[in-house]
Design a protein around this ligand. Structure first.
Ligand code: NAD
Ligand code: DAO
Ligand code: ZN
Length: 376
């Protein structure tokens, strides 16, 4: 039995004390898990655009002080009473989209958005309305039900999935968000068909993963659209058949260009930029899947006639994937060589260097930074 079970653990975490401030690496006290909670030793975490969005203060609903991070992997250190979903020693990926398998949404078969922990998760709290983190004598809030920027975190027992122990967590952590989201958007939410024509706006981690999903489902034409030319070789590597930089198409708007160049338009378009102007231009003939998270207060606006005449708009969180029941299948797909995962890692850093990961994100040359959480 671990000597830490039932005790508060003091470890290092990257704390966002206030919006727009660099993350501060310092000691945090992590309380033991209560009933239906699990404490995880986080070994690796990816840094995602959505963490940057909160840390930068662009999210007016962002709660502070907070420990961000939602793309992690680790080992179960201890479990609270009545936990049946995992056991001590399991290798796990925390899930920002919980799956209780009991609520009306989980059993509907129509959505992966579980309602079981939604309210408290949105407030940065555990389901009992309290936090397990303390630093400098103050309560620190949780983030997206995961808080993987801490060497130890506590999550609800419905907010994690055990994966095969033979899998390397330094790569598998990326399945906690970006890769799964893009792949699921194409394969699960949109269900791209064999022979279809797909346009992907934004070729970052999410867009490249949409491309992977389109390739796996047999799309004939896969057009990556990105304002950053360095994404051309990335899009090629992941299987895009075409790359367009909107800056290079003269006076045409990108929707006009796609209609003219691809026989009247595309079957499916995916927004992976979070830019509402891009989303509006991506509403071409066919179906638009919105994946990007737009800045707070932004509104998507289009003439209703566009949908009357056949365009459709859908959206997806975590690619529509149910974490506990479906994420192990993605791990298997990766292990079978059918899904790229390690290819996304452009930067590796230690916890003490986590702010560099967010600087790299701004540079345009970073797909994903993986932070080694094992030492500060
Ligand atoms: P990223 O920053 O790595 O990639 C975004 C890409 O879009 C970049 O390559 C950038 O050059 C490109 N881009 C920016 N403006 C553009 C424009 N006007 N036209 C064309 N390309 C443009 O980010 P990411 O990690 O791939 O995430 C993409 C988006 O998805 C973000 O908004 C993120 O918050 C969101 N996201 C949503 C979910 C979900 O569940 N719905 C999950 C993860 C991420
Ligand atoms: O069911 O409301 C809920 C909680 C799940 C949060 C899902 C949010 C998805 C938005 C994109 C986040 C990117 C990491
Ligand atoms: Zn549920």
């Amino acid at each position: 039995m671990s000597s830490t079970i039932g005790k508060t653990i003091t470890c290092k975490a990257a704390i966002a004390w206030a919006p727009s401030e660099p993350l501060s690496i310092e000691e945090v006290e992590v309380a033991p898990p209560k009933a239906h909670e699990v404490r995880i030793k986080i070994l690796y975490t990816g840094c995602c655009h959505t963490d940057a969005y909160t840390i930068s203060g662009k999210d007016p609903e962002g709660n502070f002080p907070v420990i961000c991070g939602h793309e992690g992997g680790g080992i179960v250190e201890s479990i609270g009473e009545s936990v049946t979903t995992v056991k001590v020693g399991d290798h796990v990926i925390p899930l920002y989209t919980a799956e209780c398998q009991k609520c009306k949404f989980c059993i509907s078969g129509r959505t992966n958005l579980c309602s079981s922990v939604r309210t408290t998760q949105g407030m940065g709290l555990m389901p009992d309305g309290t936090t397990r983190f303390r630093a400098r004598g103050k309560d620190i809030l949780h983030y997206m039900g995961t808080s993987t920027f801490s060497q130890y975190t506590v999550v609800a027992d419905v907010s994690l999935v055990a994966i095969d122990k033979s899998v390397s967590l330094d790569k598998a952590c990326l399945l906690g968000c970006g890769i799964t989201t893009g792949y699921g958007a194409a394969v699960k939410t949109v269900k791209v068909e064999n022979g279809s024509v797909c346009a992907i706006f934004g070729a970052g981690c999410v867009g490249l993963s949409v491309i992977q999903g389109c390739v796996l489902n047999g799309a004939k034409t896969i057009i990556a659209i990105d304002t950053n030319d360095t994404k051309r070789s990335w899009a090629d590597m992941f299987g895009a058949t075409h790359f367009v930089n909107p800056i290079d198409i003269g006076n045409k708007s990108i929707d006009e260009y796609l209609v003219d160049s691809f026989d009247g338009g595309v079957d499916y378009a995916f927004d992976c930029t979070g830019n509402v102007g891009v989303m509006e231009q991506a509403l071409i003939w066919g179906k638009l899947c919105v994946i990007g998270v737009a800045a707070a207060g932004q509104k998507l606006s289009f003439k209703p006639f566009l949908v009357v005449t056949g365009r459709q708009v859908v959206g997806t969180a975590f690619g529509g994937i149910k974490g506990r029941s479906e994420l192990p299948d993605l791990v298997q797909l990766w292990q079978n060589g059918q899904l790229k995962v390690s290819e996304y890692i452009t930067h590796e850093r230690k916890l003490a260097q986590i702010n560099e990961a967010f600087e790299a994100m701004e540079s345009g040359n970073c797909i994903r930074t993986v932070i080694d959480m094992r030492t500060a």
